[in-house]
Design a protein around this ligand. Structure first.
Ligand code: UD1
Ligand code: CA
Length: 455
């Protein structure tokens, strides 16, 4: 749609959030507010400009392929649009203006709002909603013919106007020419001493220009975030939406209220998620998987029929099918686990490949290791991968058996089907099909206690 461009206002600091970061950098549903807005906007146009100010560089870093305009001093929403004027010189189409703090807005709502504006032949349109508690939102004052007369900020409103429940979402579409013409007329004579974009609506209506208002079907979509409490409330709504979408698609979520799943997570049908599970980032989970309580899975893949028992932490890792993980396993930083493997209590894997059918069931640290198929790692085995200066690799070939409480001092290789005796400190490679024993021999002193007593 080449007669439509989007302008997002994101320069404000977060006074009410009491934060040193720009408001639009705070996160809900796993993404920053500005990312949510840009995603929704992309469905109506790729021509997107963002007004930045506070933490401008950080905002630039999270959203690629958009234009930025700097508002050095934040003098109000009207001033922010005025600063962006240079980006619209010679442009006579429509400008869809959005605040940076309404992350629940859907692309469907934006599309139907664009349709409303076009079909009604309006010079300006406002997206509104009926809220039971209109709180601090600007109120919509309509004319007899249903068109908009003005928008009044809560702080400037009379008791009569405060009774209005239809609020301004802060999302508007303007024809570019009348927008910038009336912006040059706004003043900051109001409670906040700011240049209000909302005043443009009143100016246009006074000139008998057609100003429309379209009510969002789902009022919660236009909820703005100004405080930490509102941030939490919107996050809760997003989580609920994600859980509902997943349940609709065949996933059992035993307690959606205590389940934290990011919007980008994919989960196949017949998987069961127990209470108090967290799944973040672009994680993909297969079918018939069971994830028990207090586990946190981030940026990872979990194969079909795998069971994740209580208290596991899985980061940036790929777990195969029919695996059993936990309780209390920690996979971090590029771990691959093959099908049918077993990883148990207090086992930590870092930058390690564990082959199909291999087991490490109790108390182990496996770091920078390449471990083949059907390997048995006994309780308490440690790869000593760090010498204080550098990390070194450990290789354990298929079918090897590493006895309990052994240390493998890297770099070192355990050959195919080899055995390492329990309690060994392995410093040299172990050839295939051999047994390595590397520990002090046991000495038994008969009658030692009796002799000691005599002294
Ligand atoms: C605004 C509207 C209000 C509406 C509400 C909806 C005005 C005057 N009021 O109020 O009618 O109900 O949104 O959520 O517009 N910003 C800048 N530069 C500035 C000031 C603000 O870029 O100088 C940006 C902010 O970063 C934010 C957006 O504009 O993303 C809205 O500003 P905010 O201060 O949150 O406006 P509200 O008081 O919520
Ligand atoms: Ca706001």
């Amino acid at each position: 749609m080449d007669d439509l461009q989007v302008l997002i206002l994101a320069a404000g600091k977060s006074t009410r959030m009491k934060s040193k970061y720009a408001k639009v950098l705070h996160r809900v549903g796993g993404r920053t507010l500005i990312e949510h807005l840009v995603r929704a906007a992309r469905n109506v146009t790729n021509d997107i400009s963002i007004v930045i100010g506070h933490s401008g560089d950080a905002v630039r870093a999270v959203v690629p392929d958009v234009k930025f305009i700097e508002q050095k001093e934040q003098l109000g929403t009207g001033h922010a649009v005025l600063v962006a004027r240079e980006n619209f010189l010679g442009y006579s189409g429509n400008v869809l203006v959005m605040p940076g703090d309404v992350p629940l807005i859907s692309s469907q709502t934006l599309s139907s709002f664009v349709r409303f504006h076009r079909e009604g032949g309006f010079q300006a349109s406002v997206l509104t909603a009926d809220l039971e508690n209109p709180a601090a939102y600007g109120r919509i004052v309509r004319q007899k013919n249903d068109e908009v007369l003005s928008i009044v900020e809560q702080r400037d409103a009379t008791p009569e106007i405060l009774k209005i429940h239809e609020i301004n979402s802060g999302v508007y579409i303007f024809r570019a020419a009348p927008l910038f013409e009336s912006l040059s007329k706004i003043r900051n004579e109001n409670a906040q001493r700011e240049y209000y974009l909302t005043d443009v609506i009143g100016i246009l209506a006074a000139q008998k220009q057609k100003v429309g208002a379209s009510k969002a079907q789902l009022a919660e979509e236009v909820l703005g975030i100004n405080t930490r409490a509102e941030l939490a409330a919107v996050d809760r709504i997003m989580r609920r939406q994600t859980c509902e979408r997943l349940m609709e698609a065949g996933v059992t979520i035993i307690d959606p209220g205590s389940t934290y799943i990011d919007a980008d997570v994919e989960i196949a049908p017949d998987t069961v998620i127990y209470p108090a599970v967290q799944i973040y980032g672009p994680t993909v989970i297969g079918e018939d998987v069971t994830i028990h309580s207090f586990s946190r899975i981030t940026n990872s893949k979990i194969g079909a029929r795998t069971t994740v028992l209580e208290g596991c932490v899985v980061n940036n890792s790929s777990v195969g099918e029919d695996v059993s993980l936990g309780p209390f396993s920690h996979l971090r930083f590029d771990v691959t686990v093959g099908d049918k493997a077993k990883i148990g209590n207090f086992v930590e894997l870092k930058k390690t490949d564990l082959g199909a059918g291999s087991k490490s069931q109790h108390l182990a640290y496996l770091g920078d290791a390449t471990i083949g198929k059907d390997v048995n790692i006994g309780a308490g085995v440690i790869t000593c991968n760090y010498d204080g200066f550098k990390k070194h690799p450990t290789v354990i070939e298929d079918g090897a058996f590493v006895g309990t409480d052994s240390q493998l001092i890297a770099p070192v290789r355990i050959g195919k089907d080899a055995y390492v005796a329990a309690g060994s400190s392995i410093t040299d490679d172990v050839p295939p099909e051999s047994l390595a024993i590397a520990r002090g021999r046991q000495v038994v002193k008969d009658g030692w206690v009796k002799q000691k007593r005599k002294k």
